[in-house]
Ligand binder design. Structure first.
Ligand SMILES: Cc1ncc(COP(=O)(O)O)c(C=O)c1O
Length: 347
């Protein structure tokens, strides 16, 4: 007997992540290439791996309190998850009835549409306008139950105009999720400033804190909304050590500041070198950039892979057939990329 899966999942395939082996330089996942965050060793040295025979707090109470203190909200206005991915999914899980509209700009972070679909929503992708600008009117006209907006946006890299975000959150009929995974790289602080009944601001420790492997992110929103999320969230998804390391990372702004400074220095350097190779780097407010190759980017992405450099092919994204996306790294990473491109392009 063949048991049929849910019909909304039939077209989906298990994900395939490129193996990262040996000397592979991973510039494909918008992670923090500044290096290891020293808080991890510090927490371990202080006995942070003790008592792992017990479960963590089911609701990550210590970390919720630490985030609440940092962002001047109540712990009940904070949810913590296994990466901001889990927070995003929990929002879909808590608020979607079958057929409810989920709106998201396109291109944007693919998981918004994914969570919308597997939680039986009707996903409406609203194309970005010229210059990757947000089409606020088109988003509002969807009358979505949930609107997901990343600013800075992934994969385009740009932060959206603040007045557009302001209008969106004021006029939207449903929930608006402002995902500022990359906010720290441009000094954006919606998590500190945006408080509305219909808004959840989502952040992650994966990018500016350099802790992608730890898997922890959080959302800040009104108590009633967070209460609904906590009611359906899978418990115990944030481990004891993860919680301790995240608390230590919050208290230590040095790593974030140093990686931010690295991005601000390396962005113009890399932009200039890519231009001199005849490529078209797009302006960015994040720790990655889109690069226009002027012809299909896939062969170049494959050639870089053979040189042990991973960048992300964007051919499957709306309007980005000729682009790849690359994480901005330390100078040695960026030099290695530029040298490989120079060799491949024969320039
Ligand atoms: C815009 C955006 N939001 C959320 C995430 C998920 O981050 P994590 O689950 O590692 O917190 C990513 C990851 O690339 C992202 O680009």
């Amino acid at each position: 007997m063949v048991v049929e899966p849910r019909s909304c999942t039939k077209d989906l395939r298990p994900p395939v992540y490129p193996p990262a082996t040996g000397e592979m330089l991973r510039m494909d996942a918008n992670t923090n290439l500044y290096g290891a965050n020293p808080v991890v060793e510090r927490v371990l040295a202080a006995g942070g791996a003790r008592d792992l025979n017990q479960y963590p707090s089911g609701t990550s109470d210590a970390l919720r309190s630490a985030i609440a203190r940092e962002f001047e909200v109540a712990p009940e206005e904070v949810i913590v998850g296994c990466g901001s991915d889990e927070v995003l999914e929990t929002i879909a899980k808590a608020f979607l009835d079958p057929g409810d509209v989920v709106a998201t700009p396109s291109p944007s972070f693919v998981m918004y549409a994914f969570y919308g679909r597997i939680h039986l929503g009707t996903v409406v992708e609203v194309p970005l306008r010229e210059g990757f600008a947000l089409d606020v009117d088109a988003l509002l006209s969807t009358r979505a139950k949930i609107t997901f907006v990343a600013t800075p946006n992934n994969p385009t890299g740009n932060a959206f105009d603040a007045s557009g975000i302001d209008r969106l959150v004021k006029q939207a009929r449903g929930l608006v999720v402002i995902d500022e995974a990359y906010g720290a790289f441009c000094g954006q602080e919606y998590a500190r400033t945006l408080r509305r009944d219909n808004v959840i601001v989502v952040r992650t420790f994966s990018k500016s804190h350099g802790l992608a492997g730890l898997r922890v992110g959080f959302g800040i929103g009104p108590r009633g909304v967070i209460d609904r999320l906590m009611a359906v969230k899978t418990p115990f998804t944030v481990g004891t050590m993860t919680e301790r390391i995240a608390i230590a990372a919050l208290a230590d702004g040095a790593y974030v500041e140093e990686s931010r400074r690295m991005i601000l220095t390396e962005k113009p350097w890399l932009t200039e070198r890519l231009r001199s190779l005849g490529l078209g780097p797009r302006p960015t407010d994040a720790n990655f950039m889109l690069v226009d190759v002027g012809r299909p980017a896939r062969p170049l992405v494959e050639a870089l892979r053979k040189r042990d450099i991973l960048v992300r092919d964007m051919s499957d994204f709306r309007g980005l057939a000729n682009h790849f996306r690359v994480t901005i790294g330390r100078r040695e990473h960026n030099e290695r990329l530029v040298e490989a491109l120079r060799a491949e392009l024969g320039r």
